[in-house]
Design a protein around this ligand. Sequence first.
Ligand code: KIV
Ligand code: ZN
Length: 510
Amino acid sequence: MRDHLIIFDTTLRDGEQSPGASMTKEEKVRIARQLERMGVDVIEAGFPAASNGDFEAVKAVADTIKDSVVCGLARAIENDINRAGEALCGANAARIHTFIATSPIHMKNKLRMSPEQVVEQAVKAIKWARRYTDNVEFSPEDAGRSEINFLCRVLEAVIDAGAKTLNIPDTVGYTMPDQFGELIRTLRERIPNSDKVIFSVHCHNDLGLAVANSLSAVINGARQVECTINGLGERAGNAALEEVVMAVRTRQDFFPCDTRIDTTHIVPASKLVSGITGFPVQPNKAIVGANAFAHESGIHQDGVLKHRETYEIMRAEDVGWGANKLLLGKHSGRNAFRSRLKELGIEFESEELLNTMFVRFKDLADKKHEIFDEDLHALVSDEVQTPEEHYRLLSLTAHSETGETPFARVVIAAGSNELHAESEGSGPVDATFRAIEKILHSGAELQLFSVNNITSGTDAQGEVTVRLQKSGRIVNGQGADTDIVVASAKAYLSAFNKLYSRLEKAHPQV
Ligand code: KIV
Ligand code: ZN
């Protein structure tokens, strides 16, 4: 029997700490459902003490998810642990993850605590967390730069206090793969009670080594890897889930363990996270990049055609490329539509909303013959993120012609009012945004405008992300349409609605 390598996904917590990647409660629940479907063992849903929005989002995930453990992060202080415990009380299986820094630089300059105080606080935190659950994880923050004797001392004490998982973070992405693997081996050998816990790793990608470091740790006995979809995360990000999982799966001759991930859900998860956060995936990104399985050179193409394994070590369909089977079309009925959405983990609170979505689906099917799962996700994102009371695009006329100044006219609904504006611009999108701004006067700074095709072909929907910044608040809006100027207008309005919405971001980034 192979060992089980636990996959701990922190897209909703560390991933959300990427500037501009904050998500709403609803968005977090959608991603959590996809992670559950994929077979992720532990979903770190957020940091409940960070804000009321984060608390509510962790609670919503905990109340929804049945097949994965739901985890909340807490500093090693009572109030944080209480908030995590309360947010997780509805979970089928809950974990509290508590942390305190152990490196000399963090203890001295950030915590202003002596090593003795740090040990004492860590032990107290574990005991406190166990009032809520037996499933307690401890992280010595900045372990990669901590002194080994002190690390062994803290970890031995927290195991005695009842921690079940010891997570070793390379918080600043400083270690080298051999060194990090060696660290895990040394801790397992030197800590007398180390056999009572599972060793986990949490690597950041500042030197591009997060996945390499995680895999080196696995070779040296770590049996949990903390990672994120698309490698999202603080600064340069965390280890990418898809890379860790596929390295272990593809090299079963090398690793003594395997995950329980259904890898065919990887690409849909990547697209969902990218769509919601507005962080595009680079084309040459391993596993989930658009070119990850594309062969350009004639020699490679010839080789693959003759015998696939000449240049391919994985099959595209095994990671979910092409898994977005064409299931719906213009003639599909409401039940087929509803059940496909259900399979995708999307359910609506009211029949009325389902009906609205069905009408929009039919409109799309008229323009685009083949409707893929990604189209459905985009449709839902469009609808769910535009609550009734907000601004909505009613109509748009955009004109562009060689030699002429581009021009746009928009009509926007605001409650029962219809607002009209028109503007010229350097292109149809610019003219559209200027016209919208004539109505909104948001004064927000446009930080990002990106367009991606949701599926292939010129009839594909374009998915546009607009990132706006105002008074330190950063929001992403998405819009999808077969017409990318319309998609752009929807994305702008969606971002504006979020900027002024009463819906609190789970993790407000200021
Ligand atoms: O990078 C880090 O050290 C963390 C901890 C909270 C685990 O994210
Ligand atoms: Zn981290």
